[in-house]
Design a binder for this molecule. Structure first.
Ligand SMILES: [Zn+2]
Length: 197
């Protein structure tokens, strides 16, 4: 290992930041990458207030819809990936993003849509899944491979109320197209299951 790589020049990086170079945050960034940029952290906190209109406890970050936030010369670019084409919640989410940022003084907002790779329920954060469960919705199954596990109706869906696996699918369509209606055979409570995509 040479001397230069062992001792990176922090001064240079700091100067670049002050020049107004692009700040970027992506879903895969670690906390360390994000730190030191208060404004991006502020934007991130603001966008945390934007939630699924149908499930107000989960934010667009929890859902994995929020892909990227960048700031350049005062313009905020927010990149989102729609859950599935034709999801009626997406137009509300777009409007909410603009409104939330505008209320905080960000009027120059660009909304970018990233369609590839396509969103899957595997992008939902663990925190988001826990919030869903607490809200009474069974979260989508996640496979060990990181790909959506195919769930056949009536199997493997845990009751969000009592945790029982003794559940049955009542209808492939619950309160919205992305949910199926289940019933717990243990506590008899009906519940929505957020279907795997
Ligand atoms: Zn139950």
């Amino acid at each position: 290992m040479n001397k230069e790589s062992r001792f990176p020049a922090p001064k240079k990086r700091k100067a670049a930041a002050l020049d107004g170079i692009d700040y970027k945050i992506t879903q895969n960034m670690t906390v360390a990458d994000r730190s030191g940029n208060n404004e991006i952290e502020r934007l991130e906190a603001l966008l945390e207030q934007v939630t699924d209109p149908e499930i107000p406890v989960v934010s667009i970050r929890d859902l994995g819809i929020l892909r990227d936030i960048s700031l350049h010369a005062g313009q905020v670019t927010v990149t989102i990936t729609p859950t599935y084409s034709g999801c009626p919640a997406m137009s509300t989410i777009r409007a909410d993003i603009r409104q939330t940022l505008s209320a905080a003084g960000y009027d120059d907002v660009r909304l970018k849509q990233s369609l590839s790779p396509a969103w899957t329920t595997d992008w939902m954060t663990d925190e988001g899944r826990e919030k869903l469960r607490a809200f009474g919705i069974a979260p989508p199954q996640k496979s060990a491979q990181g790909l959506c596990a195919v769930v056949s109706p009536g199997t493997d869906v845990k009751c969000p109320q009592c945790g029982s696996e003794q559940t049955e699918c009542i209808s492939e369509f619950g309160s919205t197209a992305c949910k199926a209606l289940y019933r717990c055979l243990h506590c008899a409570e009906p519940f929505d299951y957020f279907k795997c995509i």
